[in-house]
Design a binder for this molecule. Structure first.
Ligand code: MN
Length: 737
């Protein structure tokens, strides 16, 4: 496509020379050998890309020089800068990776190789979401191997965005969207704020040209009206700090166009209500001095409530640290002031690169460096481990996980030692445990939040102090945790464990569980285990239910196909069903049963002991073979599939002062005195407790089963509410056997 516009060279940005780059890296690279390698790369690409032009008509090497320049401003090492010069040479000329390896060694060759592969994806051509996600995943994979690949890719993209004017409008939009979706989040998470901000502004320029124009105008107007008052405030603050002998450097900064756009059009704040458009930044020497300066400012200027943020105590995920406050200036306007140390400022501007900053001498080791960064940025660590495993269902899920972690707001949690841990919002103690270590997550049995034992699904808030209790004998994480964990690290660790365990345990466990259900049901009919086993081993019975052997039958029972009562019915067992005892009435039959059935005379009627109906419950009668009517709750699964044998039954209203046994399950977090507290609450509520049994489950909870004696369903509901007030208790339910 012919471009009619008159293009400014290098997109209107200053063009740099090799000497400009050399001036920067010479401040931190002193080895002659290293410097020679950089120069050699420059000479090489001038030679190899000779005659090649960019879309704008400029020599191609301009792009390579600008990329290397950006890398030098990030204090990248010699290999990174050399690879920056060389990043397009394999793709665009006849040079091979082998050639690079011979001249610059293994590391530079591997970096250039990754960049070449990413380049070949040409992902913007692909439309379907699935495909794009898969491509983005490949880009991430390519970059995750070596942080230096990310830095070069970001510098490359930044320069391409600066010179986007030379491309067709379609390409401008496609590249801007991709930059926004893929590269801005990465720059943000790595704390490369200068790169992120510039990319955002450039994307906005092409994606929302009118808004971009509008904000630019508003900004220059604002700078004119507020510029002077800002200068005054700056001078006054400088005086105060000078008087108190605190070292400082103070400067004004303007908010980026994109962040103003976000506030105006995404968050809906009018321009005049954005207080930090012009801000002052004070750089000092030590952390303590930051707080001292804050105190001095607040003493002289009224702080705006709710605008103070302490990112020193609670750093952002990308390691950003600073104090932010907004004060009312002498002119009545609001001014944001940012206070931080030089080190913090370096991190704020270049994030990861500040840590990555090239180190001279023998101590330098790229693997160690990569490791260090992975340790600092848990996001990056997750990302690397996710990239390494190939068991995600689809590329889409991978992207979802990644964007989820990148974009979701975070909470900041304290460890018992006072360290701050950053987790996605909605995270629970289990997420925290997995964040600390997979082993801690797997053996996590309970959690104290701010000193109080809480259920493991408790949602954590910023500022919570969390202590994890582990139990080495614990079997491992519970599948149920997947319902509430938020971080992808926790999710994938639990899934992995559960999948492994399931395969091992399923059969064995199901057999014994199914068997136990049968033993209980037969026991109620007065048949003990041995006799039952004989009955059920009968080949005719097994054939009838479609099983080859007894174990398979038991497995069927765990899936309720068949239910034990169907076996009992098949066997024509006529021995009496035992009925609940306890309380003041006998429920055996007739007059004493609180339930009656209209229109039938003196028929035996009894409350079933699988679902223990209480007066007030919705009930139904089941006509048994020869033993009268068994009363079940309507939602009891044991009668769910029955139709013909059901009859309407009603609660009598002439029985008073009676109580009935009911089995309940209390799920709670384990803590000292839990059972004692539950018992004393019940005693206080004058509830008779027939039995109580507590069992530690494998997710750090306690299952307490209890048989209570209560008069009716309403009363039971009251008791439930009382029990819910006991610390640690989080669900209570009636048991159906
Ligand atoms: Mn390039």
């Amino acid at each position: 496509m012919e471009n009619k516009k008159v293009l400014k060279p290098n997109g209107g940005y200053p063009l740099h020379t090799f000497e400009d780059i050399e001036n920067i890296y010479s401040t931190y690279i002193t080895s002659k050998e290293d410097k020679d390698k950089i120069r050699e790369a420059y000479d090489f690409i001038i030679e190899k890309h000779k005659g090649q032009l960019r879309k704008s008509g400029e020599p191609y090497y301009h792009h390579l020089v600008e990329v290397a320049y950006i890398l030098a401003t990030l204090t990248c090492g010699p290999k990174t800068i050399a690879a920056g010069f060389l990043h397009d040479v394999v793709e665009d000329t006849d040079v091979t990776i082998e050639d690079i390896k011979k001249r610059w060694g293994e590391e530079v060759a591997s970096i250039v190789d990754s960049l070449t592969k990413i380049q070949r994806l040409k992902l913007s051509k692909i439309n379907s979401e699935e495909f794009e996600a898969e491509d983005h995943r490949k880009i991430f994979l390519g970059m995750a191997k070596d942080i230096r690949v990310i830095l070069i890719k970001l510098a490359d993209r930044l320069h391409n965005m600066r010179t986007l004017e030379a491309l067709s409008p379609e390409r401008q939009i496609a590249l801007s969207e991709e930059t926004m979706d893929v590269f801005v989040p990465i720059a943000h998470r790595l704390g490369l704020d200068v790169i992120k901000s510039e990319m955002e502004d450039l994307c906005l320029k092409y994606l929302q040209p009118q808004r971009y124009e509008e904000i630019t105008k508003l900004l220059s107007k604002k700078a004119k009206t507020m510029g002077r008052s800002l200068e005054i405030l700056k001078k006054k603050l400088a005086d105060i700090l000078f008087q108190h002998n605190i070292p400082f450097d103070i400067s004004a900064r303007v908010k980026s166009i994109y962040s103003i756009y976000r506030k105006m059009y995404i968050k809906g704040h009018p321009f005049d209500e954005i207080y930090d458009i012009l801000a002052l930044r004070i750089i000092t020497d030590t952390e303590i001095q930051c707080y001292e300066i804050l105190g001095l400012i607040h003493k002289s200027y009224k702080p705006v409530p709710g605008r103070f943020k302490d990112y020193i105590a609670m750093p952002k995920a990308n390691m950003y640290q600073s104090l932010h406050t907004t004060v009312v200036g002498g002119d009545g306007n609001f001014y944001e002031v940012q206070i931080r140390t030089q080190e913090m400022d370096k991190v704020a501007e270049t994030g990861i690169a500040a840590h990555w900053a090239y180190k001279e001498g023998n101590g330098y080791n790229s693997q160690k460096e990569q490791q260090e960064i992975e340790n600092k940025l848990h996001w990056f660590r997750d990302f690397v481990s996710m990239s390494n495993s190939d068991d995600h269902d689809t590329a889409k899920e991978y992207m979802d996980n990644l964007t989820h972690d990148i974009f979701d707001a975070n909470v900041y949690i304290f460890t018992p030692k006072g360290k701050v841990v950053e987790l996605p919002s909605g995270s629970t103690p289990v997420d925290f445990a997995y964040h600390i270590h997979t082993r801690i997550g797997d053996t996590c049995s309970g959690a104290l939040v701010n000193g109080v034992m809480v259920p493991l699904n408790t949602v954590l808030k910023t500022g919570d102090l969390v202590e994890i209790k582990t139990n080495k004998n614990q079997e491992g994480p519970s599948e149920g945790w997947l319902d509430f964990v938020k971080s992808s690290a926790a999710k994938s660790a639990i899934r992995k464990y559960v999948a492994k365990k399931n395969a091992e345990l399923i059969r064995e466990e199901k057999v014994s569980k199914g068997k136990q259900s049968c033993v209980d049901a037969f026991h109620d009919r007065g048949i003990e285990e041995e006799e039952m086993t004989n009955m059920l081993s009968d080949q005719k019975l097994l054939d009838n239910f479609g099983f080859d052997n007894l174990d398979d039958l038991y497995i069927g029972v765990t899936n309720r196909k068949p239910v034990p009562s169907a076996l009992i019915e098949y066997l024509h067992i006529k021995r009496p069903v035992s009925v609940p005892t306890g309380g003041k009435i006998k429920t055996k039959s007739g007059d004493n049963c609180p339930v009656y059935c209209r229109g039938v005379g003196k028929i035996a009627i009894a409350l079933s002991n699988c679902c223990t109906p209480l007066p007030g419950d919705d009930i139904v009668g089941y006509v048994t073979k020869g033993k009268g009517i068994a009363v079940h709750r309507k939602n009891c699964p044991n009668v769910a599939n029955e139709k013909e044998r059901l009859v309407e039954v009603l609660w009598r209203d002439d029985i008073e002062f009676a109580t009935y046994p009911v089995d309940i399950l209390i799920e709670a977090s384990d803590r000292n005195n839990l059972v004692v507290d539950i018992m004393s609450v019940l005693t206080g509520a004058k509830v008779t407790l027939n039995s109580l049994h507590a069992k530690l489950t494998n997710n750090g909870m306690v299952d307490i089963t209890a048989t209570l004696l209560v008069s009716d369903a309403k009363r039971l509901n009251d008791v439930f509410n009382i029990l819910r007030s006991v610390t640690g208790v989080y669900t209570i339910s009636r048991i159906i056997h």
